[in-house]
Ligand binder design. Structure first.
Ligand code: ADP
Ligand code: MG
Length: 690
């Protein structure tokens, strides 16, 4: 560090309480906003802006409202105060200040609440710029402006996130006082990348966000910050990918005759997508670089057999395999499927969950839950680690299985049934090679999906009775376990605020058994049951010991009940598209025609749209794109982990920006040593990631 850099560094790290106008008390409050040092303040950006630069004529407001409706929108006018007076509301609890203001095109009423001093402050005849919400005046039916903020000259005023005792205006002043310190923020993005992507410099961006000249400069600054977020995130992921490749992995010999025998031993013909994915995996295994691959395929697309293929190849090479699944039910199911597929080839399969700790004496492939990590399974000589629904595990759990032993790192195959839109996957999975299985087995029929209005309920039950009569089974999904329970997700809580009581599993099971299907066998499944109990119920359902299973979302992932043909979902509007699609994937897993019935009484436009997408679209990847459109990237799936939510400026639906940022990260990753500032910045970010 030069002396100048050192001085800059010190200044940026100055504690906030030493700034002029900040004492210990204010410092404590600022601390609550995450502002401890000058650097934090520099990076504390406005959440929004009051734009006093786009002035509209009062006469145009009426026309704009007539043409497109501007109720609730914020507008800016420049006007003269014609008259202004306070009055009390009838119950005398409020003071309302009412003014009439005018420009050369017309006049409008303006109201403020509980700011009586305005009457004295804003004199008749004076000119002000007002920025406020347009609403209707209930008395006159005319449009008015509500509680506007004001200024004397046209400018853009930043609005900072506030806390008790810290106003946006106060932060604005503080920021102004440390403006010279922005010069100490060093540029970390290489010049070529800045030039190629037409970005502004970091200092310029920071200044524009805090004190913009016009809205275009805010846009330019946001673009720079969004690029930074995506670029640094992508770079970090690519560094991880590069880091993995430093290690060697056991190289597999491929026995073509065995591959042929294996494929022939399967009870079905592999789809093209399965073949392609298997082939890619085999190519990866043939290399002495660790495989780092994600298998992304819709529910029911047949990922397990591809994983089994990979496992068989590794085991034939004298190595062992670990497969970790997020729940006992899934671990169990994988155990059963793999046993069926692999044992005929002389491969032993073991199971280890917290409910099943029996020692299997080092089988060739051991399947389990996170108990695999806790129970200190012998992990030597592991050639391949497979993790199902990896996002359900912590990074540390995953890394534990992937530790380098005897100088070798196992190959790694991750699987997910959450279809991720392509653009998003570029960012989220930048550290993995992705294989997509975008094709269903040929014998699969399209699942017929229908929304059922309250009036159609009886008819739907008749239909279910008929299906059961033909020997088929039925899932009924309810959002809650017992009435009055907290819903499982924030979205459910928000929705339940408006809607009629949710169907609760326990009550609904009783009702169905007593009033609707007294002659049918009904069981119930929810997250409060012990895992052993859940297992027994699933096994019994699979064995057709009962006809209808009423359940919460615990059946969500991967459970395979070949006899089930009807998925009926209560309060379908409470679930997101991704989850509805997951539920639907529980049926139609064989050649029988299956159905998905979405019960809903919601008339929210968004909910109806979601349900109609469910009716018309069967591809999970396509639905994911719609979900991204409807809900925005912030709420996409539980998939995208912690660090991802820190994106403040970036839009992970912005394909062009994502491609640019990913490309830029690729350009520098191989020669990262040339960019120490960048590496440092990634390190800083990484603390918040993963
Ligand atoms: P997922 O991708 O959801 O994990 P699975 O691997 O559980 O899907 O497969 C779902 C069902 O489809 C299983 O019963 C499996 O035996 C069957 N299956 C897999 N591949 C094929 C295929 N190519 N043809 C017919 N059935 C298949
Ligand atoms: Mg699966």
């Amino acid at each position: 560090m030069t002396e100048k850099e050192n001085k800059g560094f010190m200044e940026l790290n100055t504690e906030i309480q030493f700034l002029h106008g900040v004492g210990p008390k204010m410092a404590e409050r600022l601390d609550k906003l995450g502002i401890k040092i000058v650097r934090d303040l520099i990076y504390y950006f406005p959440r929004d802006y009051a734009d006093y630069t786009k002035i509209v004529k009062i006469g145009d407001l009426g026309i704009m409202n007539y043409e497109s409706g501007i109720m609730g929108e914020t507008k800016t006018i420049k006007a003269k105060i014609i008259n202004i007076a306070n009055r009390r509301t009838s119950r005398r609890r409020f003071v309302v200040t009412e003014a009439v203001v005018a420009d050369d095109t017309g006049s409008i009423k303006v109201v403020w609440f509980n700011q009586p001093y305005l009457e004295k402050m804003l004199k008749s005849g004076s000119e002000v710029i007002l920025n406020g919400k347009i609403s209707y005046d209930n008395f006159s039916g005319q449009i008015q402006m509500e509680s506007p903020t004001r200024t004397n000259f046209p400018r853009i005023v930043p609005i900072y996130p506030e806390t008790v005792g810290i106003s946006s205006g106060y932060i604005s002043k503080l920021v102004a006082s440390i403006k010279p310190q922005v010069a100490n923020i060093g540029e970390y993005i290489p010049e070529e990348i800045i030039g190629k992507n037409n970005l502004i410099g970091i200092q310029q961006a920071i200044l524009a966000l805090h004190q913009p000249d016009n809205s275009a400069s805010v846009e330019k600054a946001r673009e720079r910050m969004a690029f930074d977020e995506l670029f640094l995130f992508s770079l970090q992921k690519q560094l991880i990918k590069q880091e993995v490749l430093i290690h060697k992995a056991p190289k597999m010999e491929i026995d073509e005759q065995f591959l042929k025998d294996f494929v022939e031993s399967l009870p079905f013909k592999l789809t093209d997508a399965q073949r392609k994915a298997s082939w890619r995996i085999i190519k990866d295994l043939e290399s002495n670089q660790p495989m780092n691959r994600l298998l992304n395929g819709d529910v029911g697309s047949g990922k397990t057999v591809v994983a089994a293929f990979a496992a068989a190849v590794v085991i034939k090479n004298g190595k062992r395999v670990v497969l970790m699944a997020p729940t006992e039910i899934l671990a169990n199911q994988h155990y059963q499927t793999l046993t069926k597929i692999l044992e005929p080839h002389g491969i032993s399969v073991g199971l280890l969950t917290s409910a099943n700790k029996s020692d299997h004496n080092l089988p060739d492939i051991i399947v389990g839950t996170h108990a695999l990590i806790q129970e200190k399974v012998e992990l030597d000589n592991i050639g391949l680690v497979i993790i199902d629904e990896q996002h359900r595990f912590g990074v540390n759990q995953r890394n534990k299985l992937l530790e380098v032993r005897n100088g070798l790192r196992p190959h790694f195959l991750s699987m997910t049934a959450t279809p991720i839109p392509r653009t998003m996957s570029l960012v989220v999975f930048a550290n993995l090679n992705v294989s997509v299985i975008d094709e269903m087995p040929a014998d699969r029929k399209k699942i017929i999906t229908r929304t059922v209005e309250p009036a159609g309920r009886d008819e739907a039950y008749e239909f279910i009775r008929k299906e059961v009569g033909s020997g088929h089974q039925v899932f009924v999904i309810c959002p809650l376990i017992a009435e009055g329970d907290q819903a499982d997700s924030l979205q459910l809580i928000a929705n339940s605020f408006f809607e009629e009581e949710k169907k609760a599993v326990i009550k609904e099971t009783k009702r169905l058994q007593k009033d609707v299907f007294p002659d049918l066998k009904i069981a119930m499944l929810h997250g409060k049951l012990k895992s052993k109990e859940k297992e027994v119920i699933m096994a019994d359902f699979k064995a057709k010991k009962f006809d209808i299973l009423v359940s919460t979302s615990v059946v969500e992932v991967g459970v395979d009940i070949p006899g089930a043909t009807v998925m009926m979902i209560e309060n379908a509007e409470s679930f997101g598209l991704a989850q509805l699609h997951q539920f639907r994937g529980r049926v139609g897993r064989n050649d029988m025609q299956s159905y998905c019935l979405l019960f809903s009484s919601s008339n929210s436009e968004n909910a109806q749209k979601r349900l109609s997408y469910m009716e018309s679209i069967s591809s999970g990847f396509e639905l994911a794109e719609k979900d991204l459109e409807l809900r925005g990237p912030g709420q996409m799936y539980g998939y995208v982990q912690s660090g991802f939510w820190d994106f403040r400026f970036a839009d992970i639906g912005d394909r062009i920006m994502i491609e640019k940022a990913t490309e830029a990260a690729k350009d520098v990753v191989a020669q990262i040593d040339k960019y120490p500032e960048l590496l440092e910045k990634v390190g800083e970010k990484a603390k918040h990631l993963e």
